[in-house]
Unconditional design. Sequence first.
Length: 162
Amino acid sequence: MAQIYISLGSNVNREQNFTAGWAALIKYFPNYLHSSVYESEAVGFNGSNFYNSVLGAKTEMPLSQVCELLKEIELKNGRTRTDKKFSPRTLDLDLLFYDDVICEQPAQLPRDEITKNAFVLLPLFEIAPTHIHPVYKKSIACIWQEYDNSNQKLWKVEFSLP
């Protein structure tokens, strides 16, 4: 079984889309860990604030199937493939880790945003502090401790997931 971590984000009808994305994920990954939900300012563009979190689970699905599933869930929640990289999102699901796989296809693994964005790193730290980043050979706790998040504002929000 592969250990996976998936980031969830939404800033368009964010409560509805975030909840729908989370509910879809737990149908496929019923034994999961889920971080707190964080609100953060948009990064790279002017837009509404995002809700973000990270879900961790084990799966027997091959990497390619997990990637296809995440795209399917995004599309079912209003995401279009023509969205620019830095733009509002109905639902953004990014596979952060699939075991210790390092690759560019079918997804960039480990995901580059892990070390660049507090809205990914902090919730990941919350549920997987001892996970070792296969490129940097450091724990997520160590990466978070070294991270300078003075430019990115985020805060924990009360959010009831069904």
